[in-house]
Write a protein that binds this ligand. Structure first.
Ligand code: IMP
Length: 189
């Protein structure tokens, strides 16, 4: 890991390293490739903005292994500027296309309370997809408030607020290449 980046001083502890992410993304893509071997294609639906890094890496590995992928994005708001889930979901950007008959894989950065995901799954189910599964890089099992069926999980992590690899605190730290916990002093700024 490079030392001396502007964010190094703000990160108290690394939870998942760049290398661990790379290895796990490869494993998840291999598993999905095997499970969808007979599918003509899969439609990856990423949830902006947090899933962008994971989507980019996951889509490239899966694309190489097959089946072919198509990529869509949705934008929803659930957290605002804070660090706790409100459960209130608002669509900021909807799907651009009809997903009827498609094999959809929802690509998530993190499942925390599961409230956002549960809402999204109901929404996608109502749009007549052939199948809908979820791949998430991170999951906080302790925080799960509603039962959600997540088929592919990268890492189970403790219930603490993390940033990096797409995840933000007040729109910052998304570009950090690993997942880490911020120093308490950062929140006091
Ligand atoms: P949930 O509805 O509580 O599962 O929250 C899901 C969304 O909240 C994720 O897609 C993230 O955007 C955000 N979120 C949850 N936990 C964290 C975290 O530890 N860091 C940054 N964002 C988080």
């Amino acid at each position: 890991m490079a030392e001396g980046n502007w964010y190094t001083a703000d990160v108290e502890r690394v939870v998942v390293t760049e290398e661990q992410i790379r290895e796990r993304v490869d494993e998840l893509a291999k598993q999905v490739s095997t499970d969808y071997a007979t599918a003509e294609s899969v439609l990856l639906v990423g949830v902006l903005k947090g899933a962008v890094m994971f989507m980019a890496d996951f889509a490239r590995v899966l694309g190489r292994l097959g089946p072919p992928v198509e990529v869509e994005f949705m934008a929803i708001s659930s957290y605002g500027q804070g660090t706790t889930s409100s459960g209130v979901v608002r669509i900021l950007k909807d799907l651009d296309r009809d997903i009827t008959g498609r094999h959809v894989i929802l690509v998530e950065d993190i499942v925390d309370s599961g409230l956002t995901l549960s809402w999204l799954l109901k929404y996608l189910a109502s749009r007549s997809a052939a199948s809908v599964e979820v791949v998430t890089l991170l999951r906080k099992p302790d925080a799960l408030k509603v039962p959600v069926n997540v088929r592919y999980v990268g890492f189970d992590i403790p219930s603490e607020f993390v940033v990096g690899y797409g995840l933000d605190y007040a729109e910052r730290y998304r570009e950090v290449p690993y997942v880490g916990v911020l120093r308490p002093s950062v929140y006091a700024r």
